[in-house]
Design a protein around this ligand. Structure first.
Ligand SMILES: NC(=O)c1ccc[n+]([C@@H]2O[C@H](COP(=O)([O-])OP(=O)(O)OC[C@H]3O[C@@H](n4cnc5c(N)ncnc54)[C@H](OP(=O)(O)O)[C@@H]3O)[C@@H](O)[C@H]2O)c1
Length: 228
């Protein structure tokens, strides 16, 4: 199994690199030139391709021959960073490759999600910040996901809850819809988010699904397990 990790130098990306190496996968990591040193611990074990993740030439080269592509979709900047990254992956990955993308609960696939008021408030604030500062562009992350949903590729968009650091607890639980009681605790260990992304590469049941995830040891997930 050869996998490309787009956005490998971030926190989620580094956890994905480790999970992929634990499975003896061959790993190609793409990250911004300035962030290459963040991957020093892995440099003997992976191929690093420096470059912006929305640089189509970099992505074309990085995904060549890969069975899977794990992409960290981030809403940074105002130059279609997120949609440019997603589009390059959709255009250049092998048509049979498993494509796994990360984003947050705020992305909806079928409009059936029921959001807690706190999350709606956070999104409203994020949109104002993005309009005022141009540091982030939530709408472009939404556009990136729209293009992925519309594609005929073997995609999965993994929608993360709030995240925290800490030791892994196991594969997160998931549901098609935010608002499902199993997700109510709204917290996932980042290392377990990465685990879900890497495990999704081999889970065909998740093809063309947008699972919303939460930690398997959260009170809501444990209550659901007892009830069932
Ligand atoms: N944070 C949360 O609470 C949360 C909640 C739900 C879902 N998520 C999702 O989880 C994924 C990972 O997010 P994270 O917050 O945990 O962060 P993260 O893993 O540290 O990843 C951040 C990524 O953004 C890149 N980045 C940072 N500044 C940038 C800039 N100015 N221009 C371009 N790229 C830049 C980083 O690259 P460098 O290494 O080059 O800086 C890194 O690849 C994202 O898809 C996010 O939507 C996060």
């Amino acid at each position: 199994m050869k996998v490309c990790i787009v956005g490998a130098s971030g926190k989620l990306g580094q956890y994905m690199v480790q999970h992929a190496l634990d499975r003896s996968y061959e790993v190609v990591g793409v990250c911004r030139e300035r962030s290459v040193s963040k991957l020093d611990a892995f440099k003997e074990h992976i191929t690093i391709m420096p470059g912006a993740t929305n640089d189509r030439a970099v992505i074309k080269q990085a995904v060549a021959g890969c069975d899977g592509v794990l992409t960290v979709l981030v809403p940074w900047g105002v130059h279609q960073y997120s949609s440019g990254t997603a589009q390059a992956v959709l255009d250049y990955a092998n048509p049979n490759a498993r494509l796994i993308f990360s984003c947050g609960w705020h992305i909806t696939y079928d409009g059936q999600d029921v959001y807690p008021p706190s999350l709606k408030r956070e999104e409203t604030i994020a949109r104002w910040v993005s309009r005022l500062t141009h540091i982030i562009d939530i709408d472009d992350q939404v556009e990136a996901c729209r293009r992925i949903f519309a594609s005929n590729t073997r995609w999965t968009i993994v929608r993360g809850s709030d995240l925290e650091e800490g030791e892994g607890q196991g594969l997160p639980v998931w549901s098609r819809h935010v608002g499902d009681p199993i997700l109510a605790s709204n917290i996932t260990r980042r290392v377990d988010y990465a685990l879900f992304m890497v495990e999704a590469l081999k889970n065909d049941a998740l093809i063309q699904e947008a699972p919303a995830i939460a930690g398997c040891r959260t009170p809501a997930a444990l209550a659901h397990a007892v009830a069932n």
